[in-house]
Design a binder for this molecule. Structure first.
Ligand code: PRP
Length: 210
């Protein structure tokens, strides 16, 4: 049976495609893709498509994709109707609490404002500390928030630390570690179990050799 695999565009894309390639999958078209979004595997009965992280979850939950490759950050923020079967060990980064030097948000007395792309992760993190800050949703370049005094601090992901450093922000706490995961549609897991498990096993092996 044919498989549909949703891949996250951007940051994760290159390493995920490389990993599939090292499994012997025919991903050449994904490597020279231009602006195309849908690709047929040249060796296997698999179709890949590229989507934004949140949409990868949506496609998997609705059964349009049997399998999705997406960051744990996006999974933690929303969506629950899928099986998470594998940590690929790629796209490793951290959720952190950061702000301007000498402005530790955890020591602030009074009203606290946190800017983030991840309101649910942020709410849970602060709730576990017994705090209930105002959460301001920002869609990108979250580091701008404290610089322009939109917020006191941010909860965001960091990989190399460069964006924080170049904008004069420091880390006050680590929320958690994150990496890319393989998620599977619940019905596909039953109806295409052999095909799905073959992909999982191949990716597991590739992870060990990478
Ligand atoms: C993410 C994150 C940081 C940056 C961190 O943003 O929100 O801004 O990467 O990476 P670094 O630690 O390696 O510098 P992304 O590049 O995904 O885009 P965005 O700011 O538009 O959300």
């Amino acid at each position: 049976m044919s498989l549909q695999i949703a891949l996250t565009k951007g940051r994760l894309e290159e390493s995920a495609v490389k990993m599939l390639g090292s499994c012997g999958y025919g991903t050449e078209k994904l490597q020279n893709k231009g602006r195309a979004l849908v690709f047929q595997d040249t060796k296997k009965d698999i179709r890949y498509f590229l989507a934004k992280a949140n949409d990868v979850i949506t496609y998997v939950e609705h059964g349009v994709a049997d399998i999705g490759i997406v960051g744990k950050d996006t999974l933690l923020e929303g969506g629950h109707d899928y099986y998470e079967l594998l940590d690929l060990g790629i796209g490793k980064c951290r959720f952190i609490l950061a702000g301007l030097p000498d402005h530790d948000p955890l020591k602030k007395v009074g009203h606290l404002r946190i800017g983030t792309k991840y309101p649910n992760v942020t709410r849970t993190y602060f709730r576990n500390k017994g705090l209930d800050p105002e959460i301001i949703k920002i869609d990108g370049s979250v580091e701008l928030g404290p610089l322009l005094n939109l917020c006191d601090a941010i909860v965001d992901i960091t990989e190399t630390g460069t964006t924080l450093k170049e904008n004069g922000l420091i880390i006050y706490d680590e929320v958690c570690q994150i990496s890319a995961r393989v998620i599977v549609n619940k019905a596909s897991f039953k109806l295409k179990r052999d095909e799905v498990m073959q992909v999982i096993e191949d990716l597991k092996k590739a992870g060990k050799t990478c």
